[in-house]
Write a new protein. Structure first.
Length: 491
């Protein structure tokens, strides 16, 4: 098999590197997960679509993947540095609810989005509050050499490790863009390992520790769960680009302290760029913020958003617009129609056999021209996950015309979609018809009206036919006579 070597951009060295696993044949990946104080916005979900494509690519390359995604249910303050309140405590107080219920509710909401976006289940969903005793042990092991205690808790002294902030390329001197809000910190960049509950206060989530009753600092959890579940060094650590500035440099500092060396904890640190939205709808504090459910309520299939993410390189900023989402949806529909049409034409026994095989062994059964498209696809994903180019190769492979290519189209889809995850072999036209929440008409009503219209037209009763069409238009249904995709109507 001619598989191109996988090249990935390492934020630590700011360069493309060939992936070489720590443990032969394996890939161990840690992804910083959501803070479950609110619904994730679609920008957050871009981070997990990216991590999913990375995981799928590693599996496609034949590595045995162990992927960990954590759930942050404690410690993340309203400011990524050490100021503000714990996001979950704040939300629980505002809503006068039990903090554990808040965490459970938003974790489930996140998992619903994960499923809707066809993101594969990782080997472990590690929940921060399940690891508090391990966090205390970890902190104890670095406290003497690297930490100091203040009234408010235990702090990491960033001057005790070599090259603090090398990931962020930040200068570590005081005042470098950090606001020193905690009294007594030795350096502005020093950060909390343990936050003591202030005297006279009670938090809903608090534990006993050698530094008083309180809660762990946010950065600690990822160091601890990464070490416990994957071992240092593991292969790849991912997160959004904001984590390159504070959270990951702090994780690295903790890992260096724990390992008594310059080991950063992971060989490659990868960061997805942001999804941006100009009108502020991505802010969780805005009334109707951009959740995946909002897209669905407006009639978009969630995988149209996955398509939108795949159309951009993960390291580029991606601007959200409804027009852009609509274009991605049309592209998805087109692919679903082509693949569905081909699948329908494959001999049922052949289809059954193809679907039961490991896609990689089907490669030899591809037509020459399909094989060339596959090689292009493989080159694109191997080049730092260039999904935009991979999609073009995919469309080339499924766009081949003629009976001779039918089996190849299905095989190409099996292969390529195992990386892109658009679920093309399972989606049907009916699945893509998402009813906008505001729709005043149901699908059976539309189908019945169109049937009556067809009869009227057959009887050359054009007045009735036009009247039915106008009625449908008034209810938000666009009738699409002669649509090349056979998409007869849309809401
Ligand atoms: P949080 O729940 O705030 O901890 O964030 C979850 C993930 O989403 C992290 O990896 C963030 O870096 C990432 N993230 C936050 N905002 C965006 C955005 N607008 N676009 C892409 N990723 C984001
Ligand atoms: Zn993290």
């Amino acid at each position: 098999m001619t598989q191109a070597p996988l090249r990935l951009f390492n934020s630590l060295t700011r360069s493309l590197e060939t992936f070489t696993p720590v443990h032969a044949g394996e890939a161990r990946v840690y992804t910083c997960g959501p803070t479950v104080y609110n619904y994730p916005h679609i920008g957050n979900m871009r981070a997990y679509v990216f991590a999913d494509v990375l995981g799928r690519t590693l599996s496609w390359k034949g590595y045995k993947l162990t992927h960990v995604i954590n759930i942050t249910d404690v410690g993340h303050l309203t400011d990524d540095a050490d100021s503000g309140e714990d996001k979950l405590e704040k939300m629980a107080a505002e809503k006068a609810q039990d903090i554990w219920d808040i965490a459970r509710h938003y974790t489930q909401a996140y998992w619903d989005d994960v499923k809707a976006l066809n993101i594969r289940q990782p080997a472990h969903w590690s929940i921060a509050t399940d690891y508090v005793p391990q966090m205390i042990e970890f902190a104890k092991s670095i406290a003497e050499e690297h930490c100091y205690e203040l009234e408010s808790g235990l702090y990491f002294d960033t001057s005790t490790v070599k090259d603090y902030g090398r990931l962020a390329r930040a200068v570590t001197e005081d005042g470098e863009g950090r606001i020193d809000t905690v009294e007594g910190k030795r350096h502005a960049a020093d950060f909390a390992i343990w936050r003591k509950t202030p005297a006279g206060e009670k938090r809903q989530m608090e534990w006993d520790s050698p530094w008083g009753r309180g809660a762990p600092g946010w950065h600690l959890e990822c160091s601890v769960m990464g070490e416990k579940l994957l071992g240092f060094p593991f292969d790849i650590h991912t997160g959004g680009i904001d984590h390159r500035e504070i959270h990951h440099p702090n994780e690295i500092a903790q890992n260096q302290a724990f390992c008594h060396s310059d080991v950063s904890g992971a060989n490659i640190w990868m960061h997805n760029n942001f999804l941006v939205e100009r009108t502020g709808k991505m802010s969780k504090s805005s009334g109707e913020f951009l959740r995946l459910q909002l897209l669905i309520d407006k009639g978009y299939h969630p995988l149209a958003y996955r398509m939108m993410c795949l159309q951009a390189h993960y390291r580029s900023e991606l601007e959200f617009s409804w027009e852009g989402l609509q274009a991605a949806f049309v592209r998805l529909k087109r692919m679903v129609m082509i693949v569905g049409g081909s699948k329908f034409k494959v001999e049922p026994s052949v289809l059954k056999e193809l679907l039961s095989r490991d896609p990689l062994v089907l490669r030899d059964r591809l037509e020459q021209v399909s094989l060339r498209a596959l090689e292009k696809f493989e080159g694109a994903v191997s080049d730092d996950l260039n999904t935009a180019e991979a999609l073009v190769a995919f469309e080339e492979a499924i766009g081949l015309k003629g009976a001779a290519f039918i089996d190849s189209i299905v095989i190409s889809t099996l292969l390529m979609d195992s990386v892109l995850g658009l679920n093309l072999l399972n989606l049907s036209r009916a699945d893509l018809r998402i009813r906008p929440k505001s729709a005043a008409i149901t699908e059976p009503e539309i189908e019945a009206a169109l049937e009556r219209r067809k009869e009227a037209r057959a009887a050359k009763d054009f007045a009735t036919s036009d009247a039915i069409r106008d009625e449908l238009t008034a209810k938000g249904v666009e009738v699409m006579d002669g649509d090349p995709l056979g998409w007869d109507w849309k809401l």
